[in-house]
Ligand binder design. Structure first.
Ligand SMILES: [Zn+2]
Length: 364
């Protein structure tokens, strides 16, 4: 049995190379969708797509990685393991299910060790209409923005005290809501949803229209990290507010699937999340959507890392040692390199894929 570590890469460039090499022998189609900026090693950046399956398949399972950039170290590993999983690929073929693996939805963040894209946009808050209608308000964010992004990093004692006071006054639940629900008012802030569609989001929409819209039934697993207990994969319903869709997701993935709009998830209820693109891009499909969210560090540690990363974005003059520290802290918040964690991730990812295949086969 080969070591699991072979599926997990140490850079975006390595992950991309391995994904393309792994897809080559099994995919019917491989395509790349570039974005303009270069990567941290000067490499070109692209979202790569591998479609596996027969041309007459009527059901599709999508697996996406790196919607949140740096979280791609985990999701890419899940995709590489699936490409190498001959029994599972055969199982999909027999079930009449094609597989669409979308590698590095946000290649900029993957390469530069950031959760957001080149414009500091959180792609999972960016699928808004941007047609002049009001964007979701998050007045609480403005109150805490200045504390989250202090002038100095690491934060001063005073900043730590002020944040503790804020938490005392508002409580942790309200603070998590204000920080992470998404905001459209502070372009340098955390969980910023943008003011227009991001290039990587537009690429994904093009990919869905080109490669997913002809299927009658679509399952989607979007792999994330950074919320929940270490190594635990929380299954988070990612579709719209629709009881039939929730019921179908429960039937596929189990009654423990968490539903943010019902308050049963570690994730806050967000709008503008990426999976929502499916409703416009594939209007005739019956979709069943899930984010698979693997835990790393406690929430406070993850937010601290995100604050540092946004501070670094705003302070390119930071010295090399501090820059390295911040990037390492960001990586540690969204990816655990230990083999036990990797094993937990791949085991749960494999179960989720198998469950989706069974669900698609039964329903299509
Ligand atoms: Zn995420």
């Amino acid at each position: 049995m080969p070591a699991l570590t072979r599926y997990f890469s140490s850079s975006y460039a390595q992950a991309r190379e391995r994904f393309l090499a792994g897809a080559q022998p099994v995919a019917a189609l491989i395509e790349s969708y570039a974005i303009d900026p270069a990567g941290s090693q000067g490499e070109p950046l692209a979202t790569d797509v591998a479609l596996i399956g027969d041309a007459d398949a009527r059901r599709l399972l999508i697996m996406t990685s790196a919607t949140h950039g740096v979280e791609g170290f985990c999701g890419s590993g899940c995709q590489l393991a699936l490409l190498d999983d001959a029994p599972m690929l055969e199982r999909a073929r027999r079930a009449g299910v094609a597989l669409l693996l979308v590698h590095a939805v946000n290649p900029y963040g993957f390469s530069w060790i950031a959760r957001t894209d080149e414009g500091n946009v959180d792609l999972n808050r960016n699928a808004q209409p941007f047609d002049g209608s009001p964007l979701p308000a998050n007045p609480g964010y403005g109150d805490i923005h200045g504390l989250l992004l202090p002038p100095e990093w690491p934060p001063t004692e005073k900043n730590r005290r002020d944040i503790a006071l804020y938490l005392d006054k508002h409580g942790q639940a309200a603070t998590i809501q204000a920080v992470s629900r998404g905001q459209y008012t502070h372009a340098d802030g955390l969980f910023y949803g943008g003011g227009r569609h991001a290039p990587s989001l537009l690429n994904l929409r093009t990919i869905l229209r080109a490669h997913a819209s002809r299927y009658a039934h679509i399952g989607w697993i979007d792999v994330h990290t950074g919320l929940g207990p270490r190594g635990h994969g929380e299954k988070i319903y990612a579709g719209r507010r629709d009881d039939a869709e929730v019921a179908r997701a429960r039937q596929w993935w189990g009654s423990d699937i968490a539903v943010p709009y019902q308050g049963t998830s570690a994730s806050v209820d967000i709008t503008g999340h990426l999976a929502g693109l499916i409703y416009q891009a594939c209007p005739d499909a019956v979709p069943t959507l899930m984010a698979l969210e693997f835990g790393t560090l406690p929430w406070e540690g993850v937010v601290h890392a995100l604050r540092g990363r946004n501070w670094l974005r705003a302070h390119p003059e930071a010295d090399e040692a501090l820059r390295r520290d911040i990037l390492q802290a960001t990586l540690d918040a969204f990816y655990c390199g230990q083999e036990d964690w990797q094993g937990m991730v791949l085991g749960q990812s494999r179960v989720a894929v198998l469950q989706a295949l069974c669900g698609l086969e039964a329903g299509g």
